[in-house]
Design a protein around this ligand. Sequence first.
Ligand code: PEP
Ligand code: MN
Length: 281
Amino acid sequence: MKNAVQAIMPEKLFSRERVAEGTLVRAGGVTIGGREIVVMAGPCAVEDREQLLGAAQAVKNAGAAVLRGGAFKPRTSPYSFQGLGEEGLKMLAEVRDITGLPVITEVMDPRQVVLVADYADILQIGTRNMQNYTLLREVAGAGKPVLLKRGQSATIEEWLLAAEYILAAGNSQVILCERGIRGFDPILRNTLDLASVAVVKQMTHLPVIVDPSHAVGKWHYVPAMARAAVAAGADGLLIEVHPCPERALCDGQQSLTPEHFALLMGQLQHVARAVGRTLSL
Ligand code: PEP
Ligand code: MN
């Protein structure tokens, strides 16, 4: 019995029928899509060496497996901090050497793919670029795993077809990331569509992770949504953590402190166990 998406998109490369047991994405010694829940954490943006190293050590100590941090930032206003660019990439690489944590960072422009791929272990495609097909083809060829965020107003079908661009260009190492979609309620930044995790896990063989930080936009609600995401079957999480959120140049209001993050990781271990997964701290 075919479900709705299979009926309109038979035989796609992302289809679950193709890799029944699920695709494993490997980056810097970490495997995403297996039994282990993979937590990627760190600041929204790389700001300086001390901030990045502090965040990296804190998230590593709490059990995160991958360090996140943006060097090229897609900001709503052109006057907001745009990221440190290559200088930020160099800091990410240095902090990876110090901590051993592989690094995920966003690439916004096809012309920057080679540069970013030189430093990053996982290339992140942000929500605003989910349907930038030139960029998708370019990242596919960079020889690195790609994390594809769901577009802010993208249907599940559009999201999966965007993943198909990367798969069709010969890169099987794709991670999907649900990060909330535009809703009508102004209290939260977005509406976290956790049902998409269950749907996408059924439809595809690709690992799916959840970014509760951008989904809710306020740090207070991040732990509840992170726990719910693991319960819903997510293969991992992408969480913003800043050593001092009130001083953050970007997304401080949704960033966890290292203390709150460590507390959350302890809770996630229990949720993971309850759904037959593991989370090693
Ligand atoms: C980010 O992860 O820093 C980011 C900009 O996320 P999104 O593309 O989901 O807004
Ligand atoms: Mn952010």
